[in-house]
Design a protein around this ligand. Structure first.
Ligand code: ADP
Length: 567
């Protein structure tokens, strides 16, 4: 079918063209008044317009006609074959007076066909542009989903994405994930009356129940108490039609066993199958980030519970240790007075028990001091007194302090001095504490007759070699370090236990560690003290062959003369 508008002031021409086109599949209209062209074009929407003569302002008329329909074809019937040059570009085809009926028909048919093809092309283009726009919306919505772990924001992104791609009149989202209670989110184009909201609430609850058929739904809904959050785009207007007659789509928002809510969407004009796909896609897409956000929330809650427990534990340890220290000091003083003989002579077996009691009081006060140190470090309350110093003073102090204990156990404690080591910027008392612990452990875990060596050397971070489990720790070091090594020929530690030895209260399962006892705090304290020095500690060991404990302290970058000494 083709609509043809013919404009001519010659009756015989109107008759000729009417004879040709006044039959199917054409719809022919002829007018003789050039001023009626626009009106006729609006009325008949012609596919082809044939002008019989030259209008004075043909260009202007065609421009106006094109603004009504851009794809209309213009055909000019020339009376003497002469065409004005500047008019040709506006005209699709030309007819001459002497053309046969067949040629006229075929010229007009070609124009009708062309117009039809153009229209199809522009419809396809429009579909393509729509799909592209939708893809863009889906892409930007899914980017928003990927960038958030906030459940409320995720649900809002979902509704926003649906609005952009489907331009709905109303969405009702029953969300179980944004609050502790279920919430009904209403995103509406126009204002909703209270009665309508009540009806929507009931409908949302029924829709939700229908998802679970015979099974019990995961959440209970009390319609009376159901919270409604309303967002209205144009609050000055109200819905005038019955909303429930609008076209609608409904989908759950869930992933496996995780149910986050459901959404219903209404629109006055019918949804297409593309709309349905887009709706389902967005509702499905939001479920995965909602699940991640739920997991994230659970992890954060567990973390904060753990942090609270850790804090309570530290406080408890600190309080108990303080409380134990006072009576322990009193016991120690009493034992000292008794063993000095000031309160009378003690017989041999009495003094044996006395020294046993003194040894155990000593051990107990060691454990309490460790506990207090650890709680101070963890609370960030440990005091450090940094100075430029040489590591040999620390090594010599510890060798001197512990050589007696080592000798008592039949062990050789040897410290090798390396000449010309650069200074380190450190707290000597804390380094003595670290080295004392390492050497005490070496003495504890080495059988009689063996050697314990303390060595030190200068090394660059990349030269440091540590077992696989300490690689990450050593990798963080950078620059030059003084490395101290305590080597024993004792019971050793299995490779699988190396890292665990530095955990709080850790005692590696072996016959000796049970027998010699200990707090299991020496190494974790050493680790934290060294971290406060921007250093590190690690060890290398083999069962029954011995252990090598290393610690590294950065070489001082501050020249000794620049350090302010306070008295
Ligand atoms: P403890 O007070 O129990 O010695 P540490 O934190 O100093 O606590 O050491 C933790 C555990 O590491 C020890 O109980 C022991 O099992 C193991 N360990 C430490 N040093 C050595 C060593 N030189 N040889 C063998 N095992 C060791």
């Amino acid at each position: 079918m083709g609509n043809i508008l013919f404009i001519s002031d010659r009756l015989e021409k109107i008759q000729q063209y009417s004879d040709i086109f006044n039959k199917k599949p054409y719809n022919f209209t002829a007018i003789s008044d050039e001023n009626a062209v626009l009106e006729a074009a609006e009325l008949n929407s012609p596919d082809v317009i044939i002008f019989d003569y030259k209008f004075n302002n043909l260009k202007k008329i065609i421009k106006n006609l094109k603004s009504i329909n851009d794809s209309t074809a213009f055909v000019l019937l020339t009376q003497n074959g002469e065409i004005e040059q500047n008019i040709t570009k506006y005209i699709n085809s030309f007819l001459t007076e002497d053309l046969s009926e067949n040629l006229i028909l075929s010229t007009i048919n070609v124009n009708l066909k062309t117009k039809q093809s153009l229209e199809q092309l522009s419809a396809t283009n429009k579909n393509l542009a729509d799909s592209l726009y939708r893809l863009n919306v889906l892409y930007s919505t899914s980017s928003q989903f990927a960038g958030s772990l906030d459940k409320e924001k995720l649900v809002n992104y979902m509704i926003d994405g649906m609005d952009k791609s489907l331009s709905f009149d109303l969405t009702c989202t029953l969300a179980f994930c944004t609050d502790t209670e279920p919430v009904l989110l209403l995103n509406s184009l126009y204002e909703l009356s209270d009665e309508l909201i009540s009806a929507i609430k009931l409908r949302a609850a029924l829709n939700y129940k229908s998802l679970f058929e015979d099974k019990t739904p995961p959440f209970e809904i009390d319609i009376e108490k159901l919270k409604v959050v309303k967002t209205v785009k144009y609050p000055a207007n109200r819905f005038t039609f019955n909303l429930f007659r609008y076209d609608n789509m409904f989908a759950p928002i869930s992933l496996g066993d995780n149910f986050f809510g459901c959404i219903e969407i209404f629109k006055e004009t019918p949804f297409t199958s593309d709309d349905a796909t887009c709706f389902q896609t967005i509702a499905q897409q939001v479920s995965l980030p909602l699940k991640s956000a739920t997991l994230y929330q659970e992890i954060m809650e567990t973390n904060s519970k753990l942090e609270k427990l850790e804090r309570l534990k530290s406080e408890f340890i600190s309080i108990v240790s303080h409380e134990l220290r006072t009576p322990l000091t009193a016991i120690k003083n009493s034992l000292d007075i008794l063993s000095s003989g000031k309160c009378g002579e003690i017989n041999d077996s009495g003094s044996k028990f006395m020294s046993m009691a003194q040894r155990n009081v000593q051990r107990l006060s060691g454990i309490i001091n460790d506990l207090l140190d650890l709680s101070k470090i963890e609370a960030g309350k440990m005091d450090y007194h940094f100075t430029n110093m040489n590591i040999h003073s620390v090594i010599e102090y510890v060798r001197f302090a512990l050589s007696g204990v080592a000798k008592e156990k039949g062990l050789n404690l040897i410290a090798e001095e390396t000449a010309n080591l650069p200074e380190i910027y450190a707290d000597s008392q804390r380094l003595e504490q670290v080295l004392t612990n390492l050497v005490s452990n070496a003495i504890k875990f080495t059988p009689e007759g063996k050697n314990i060596m303390i060595r030190s050397h200068l090394a660059r971070a990349e030269q440091l070699n540590a077992p696989e489990c300490f690689k990450e720790i050593v990798k963080k070091l950078d620059g030059e370090y003084i490395v101290v090594c305590v080597e024993d020929q004792g019971i050793g530690i299995a490779e699988k236990d190396l890292l665990r030895a530095f955990d709080k209260f850790a005692q590696i399962e072996n016959s000796l560690s049970r027998k010699v006892g200990g707090s299991g705090l020496g190494l974790p304290i050493a680790k934290q003290l060294l971290e406060a020095h921007n250093g590190a500690i690690w060890c290398d060991s083999e069962i029954n062959k011995g252990s090598r404990f290393y610690f590294a302290i950065p070489v001082s970058k501050i020249p000794a003369e620049k350090i302010l000494v306070s008295n």
